[in-house]
Ligand binder design. Structure first.
Ligand code: SF4
Ligand code: SF4
Length: 474
């Protein structure tokens, strides 16, 4: 058993309000400069929709991630020889129009315009060429389903569903999907890089690009199935989400998580068995990947895991943070948080709690099992997004979320016992109350549980308190 540490995030889609607040501090701090105008390390998409860049989920087009071929795990885009033959033209790369052509406005002429009868107007101009342009697409063009009657048919999560029904006015559904780099355990971007510039940090699993070594081949861009590596046209190098590691090293959480208005984000440490990554990523069928992925995550309170971690030099403060990890609780213990498109076989480490949608049945106090089947968002759609089409884990997560509401209403409003509700979803009252605490009212120090410094002996930050010790918003 080779225990490794991974910093990980859970996003509760049930609470995301699509405000984009998370994207703004990320943009302002990390990609607010020339060459990075079109980059959004964190973006928020509306589902259904084809997202940013267009149709990023459709690997028949983009050929990102891994595939299982003759029992072997292989990059979907082909091996080194295949890549070398196309090194000066990679047809799998998205073009700028798939993201969007970034633009701004000539504010100066607006401010300095002389007094006239009519208000002055300014037109968009390209940030790439400086020329006037027509805006035809943007990083969230489909916000709140805008235009989805046209683009929605290309959303690959409708597989097995009649999209025409779900995109009609009466049946339509929507939810928000905030996205960042998944800091995968089996990152296709790292495996695709011919220069060895992409790497996974040993101490916490954050995936980074070494700017000195990057030669701008861009195979990481096409190799990432989530399209979360971007090419900077000014520097000629690739860039990506760095999970705000300078903040994490100081005991602060990521900017997207800290700024989240809906308080939907949880950040914590998980321990995993690195010896079994290939086995998990190479599971025989797509639906077997999620359970094998979960199996990789080790119980941080298990004496055998702790002994193995100590023998490999994992610091005590990291083990302590792993034992309090909200990510482990939500993903492994309660099975509420699920991976995004596990069928890409990169073993993503940003997890999503699926959204409940308006459920009249639950409000009318019908049984939870039936209520989940009457959701406005089809379970099949969520399963295509989160569990390679397997509906059972999605149903379990939704039933448990619904059970928390039913339990609290039963106890607090109707003054009745809630044990039967908890038992119906395989839990007890203590677990339901703990779940309610974490999902509904958790304070900052429960949502973000970070070790103080990964290498206290090497870091000048040693001794700084965790984020709970800072005067942050609660
Ligand atoms: S999501 Fe991040 S870690 Fe995973 S393949 Fe893409 S860039 Fe690499
Ligand atoms: S800030 Fe939070 S609630 Fe708002 S869009 Fe981002 S993830 Fe959703």
């Amino acid at each position: 058993m080779k225990i490794k540490v991974q910093l990980s995030m859970v996003l509760n889609l049930d609470k995301c309000i699509g405000c984009h607040t998370c994207s703004i501090p990320c943009k302002n701090v990390w990609t607010n400069r020339q060459g990075a105008e079109y980059m959004w390390f964190n973006n928020v998409e509306t589902k259904p929709g084809i997202g940013y860049p267009k149709e990023w989920e459709n690997q028949a087009i983009h050929k990102g991630g891994w595939t299982r071929d003759k029992g072997e795990l292989r990059l979907k885009a082909g091996g080194r020889i295949h890549k070398a033959s196309r090194i000066f033209h990679n047809p799998d790369l998205p073009i700028i129009d798939d993201y969007y052509e970034p633009w701004d406005y000539d504010y100066e002429s607006l401010i300095s315009a002389p007094g006239k009868k009519h208000q002055p107007a300014i037109h968009p101009r390209s940030q790439l060429t400086g020329e006037p342009m027509d805006i035809t697409w943007g990083p969230n063009w489909e916000d709140d389903l805008a235009g989805v009657c046209e683009t929605g048919v290309r959303d690959s999560n409708f597989s097995g569903l009649d999209h025409a029904i779900y995109l009609s006015f009466k049946q339509v559904f929507m939810f928000y999907l905030p996205r960042l780099c998944e800091h995968c355990l089996n990152p296709a971007c790292v495996a695709s890089c011919p220069s060895g510039a992409m790497y996974k940090r040993d101490e916490d699993g954050i995936v980074l690009v070494d700017q000195e070594r990057c030669r701008g081949w861009r195979y990481c861009v096409s190799g990432c199935p989530y399209k979360k590596v971007y090419f900077n046209w000014k520097t000629g190098r690739s860039e990506k989400c760095i999970f705000c590691y300078p903040r994490l090293e100081a005991g602060l959480t990521t900017l997207c998580a800290h700024s989240c208005v809906g308080r939907i984000r949880y950040v914590g440490v998980v321990l995993y068995d690195a010896d079994r990554i290939q086995e998990a990523a190479g599971a025989t069928t797509d639906r077997e990947i999620y359970p094998s992925h979960l199996d990789l995550l080790c119980d941080p309170s298990d004496p055998e895991t702790i002994a193995a971690a100590r023998s490999q030099g994992i610091p005590e403060q990291v083990l302590a943070a792993a034992r309090r990890s909200p990510v482990y609780l939500l993903a492994k213990t309660w099975r509420l948080a699920l991976p995004l498109h596990p069928e890409f076989r990169t073993l993503p480490m940003v997890w999503y709690i699926p959204p409940l949608s308006p459920m009249e049945a639950l409000a009318e106090n019908q049984d939870i099992m039936a209520a989940v089947d009457n959701l406005r968002i089809p379970v099949r759609y969520l399963a295509n997004l989160l569990t390679a089409g397997d509906e059972a884990p999605v149903r379990l997560a939704l039933r448990r979320l619904a059970a928390v509401r039913a339990y609290m209403r039963s106890v607090r409003v109707e003054n009745k016992a809630g044990e039967a509700i908890a038992a119906s979803v395989g839990l007890d009252s203590a677990s339901i109350l703990k779940m309610y605490d974490l999902l509904a009212i958790a304070r900052l120090e429960d949502r973000f549980v970070l070790p103080t410094a990964s290498h206290p002996d090497k870091s000048p930050l040693h001794g700084i308190q965790g984020c709970g010790g800072f005067p942050e918003r609660r």
